[in-house]
Design a protein around this ligand. Structure first.
Ligand code: GLY
Length: 403
């Protein structure tokens, strides 16, 4: 029944939209569908202190986690994007409601670097869209909390305090994404030291975790007193020297942001180098396997989330490079990812509550393999919003030149 309903919504949206506006762009069509689906999912949610995380193979509905899970911020983030696109006030209320419980994370002692994902995807988007001063204070506190994990001997944030027995001072590539919170805070009334911490962290990551083969380790292990690099590991990948798809995508996006915030050209060069390696090694259908070096390929699971994150990173790069050909290259690559993700192979349609199928969370732990995962939806929505904004700019320019 629910599926039939969703199908009807999809058809009616496409029908209404084509009346509303003669030519809906590709991004608008997908965003219309995604907003409708998100609103439908919201109807079945009774609590705002549990957050969708994944949908196991045999199920159709989201499985939930509590606020301390590293994925808690992505669902409110999806809601903020849905609100941003649609302007629907009910979605704003829902986004606010699901953002609220994450406040506790900003003030608790930092368990790991994931505080950046949790708080920036929820409160960061909320502040960007509403200018709510309370959100700003929460973001500033979260940045200070994240900075408590910084080790000046190494020059980087301790990403996983809980794994210190296994990996001494560890810094993971994912952590590059959470520097955005520090850069933002330094520009918005926070301690200027946060900028230096973020920059130093990016330098240490670039020097040690980005490998000469243009792939990245997942994790760099350092001596916490001397700062000496001990060893690179690829904890969530196939092998230490393999190329874990999502790690590579975090690197692409993270270094693009670091360049945007600092102007340090080596970060842009790194983002480009990681992107090109990612693009050159893609399989035929354009979406990466969970690890590019899994010997089971082509019978290995895909990771749609890595494609969605890489798309956002490449769109960021396209904003930053001056050369028109390079701009075009990364826009086309990103658009291609988003189009494939929106095709029947990867787009969930009425299969389940998620937007995207086929992500892989932690393969070595046999966890979340080839399933929908909330961060794939979050970055997919972000990529669509970025494309929509670019389409709007292009059509405005075209309109102006006609007039
Ligand atoms: N720890 C974040 C990830 O699994 O990509």
């Amino acid at each position: 029944m629910k599926q039939l309903f969703l199908l009807l919504i999809s058809f009616s949206i496409i029908a209404c939209s084509s009346q509303k506006k003669e030519t809906l762009t590709f991004a608008e069509k997908m965003l219309d569908l995604n907003v409708a689906k998100t609103k439908e999912t919201l109807k079945g949610l009774s609590s705002n202190d549990s957050f969708p995380r994944n949908i196991p193979k045999s199920k159709k509905d989201w499985e939930f986690v509590k606020v301390r899970d590293w994925c808690s911020g992505f669902w409110p983030g999806v809601l903020w994007y849905a609100y941003e696109y649609s302007g629907d006030e009910s979605l704003k209320t829902d986004a606010e409601n699901f953002t609220l419980p994450i406040k506790t994370i900003a003030y608790s002692s930092a368990r790991n670097h994931d505080i950046g994902f949790m708080v920036y995807c929820s409160y960061g988007n909320g502040y960007r869209l509403t200018g709510n001063e309370e959100y700003k204070n929460i973001l500033l506190s979260a940045a200070d909390t994240l900075a408590t994990l910084y080790n000046p001997n190494v020059g980087s944030i301790l990403s996983w305090p809980i794994k210190k027995d296994e990996y001494s001072h560890n810094t993971i590539i994912d952590n590059m994404m959470n520097l955005e919170l520090l850069f933002w805070a330094a520009k918005n009334g926070g301690d200027k030291r946060l900028y230096d911490i973020a920059k130093s962290h990016a330098d240490v990551t670039m020097k040690n975790i980005v490998r000469p083969d243009s792939a990245v380790y997942h994790l760099g292990e350092f001596n916490e007193e001397t700062g000496a690099f001990i060893k690179g590991h690829t904890h969530q990948g196939y092998a230490d020297e393999s190329m874990w798809a999502r790690g590579q995508a975090w690197g692409i996006y993270g270094f693009a942001i670091a360049y945007r915030e600092t102007g340090k050209l080596e970060y842009l060069d790194t983002a480009i180098k990681l992107s090109d390696h990612f693009l050159n090694r893609l399989p035929k259908d354009g979406i990466p396997y969970w690890d590019f070096d899994d010997p089971k390929i082509p019978n290995a699971p895909k990771d749609a989330s890595a494609a969605a994150i890489a798309a956002c990173g490449m769109l960021e790069i396209s904003n930053l490079v001056k050369d028109v050909k390079l701009k075009e290259k990364y826009i086309n690559a990103a658009e291609n990812f988003v189009k494939i993700l929106s095709s029947k192979e990867y787009f969930s349609g009425d299969t389940n509550q998620a937007l995207l199928l086929h992500s892989t969370g932690h393969h070595p732990k046999n966890s979340e393999i080839d399933v929908p995962i909330i961060y794939a939806d979050y970055y997919y929505m972000e990529a669509l919003m970025r494309l929509k904004k670019m389409e709007t700019i292009t059509s405005n320019i075209a309109q102006k030149s006609k007039n």
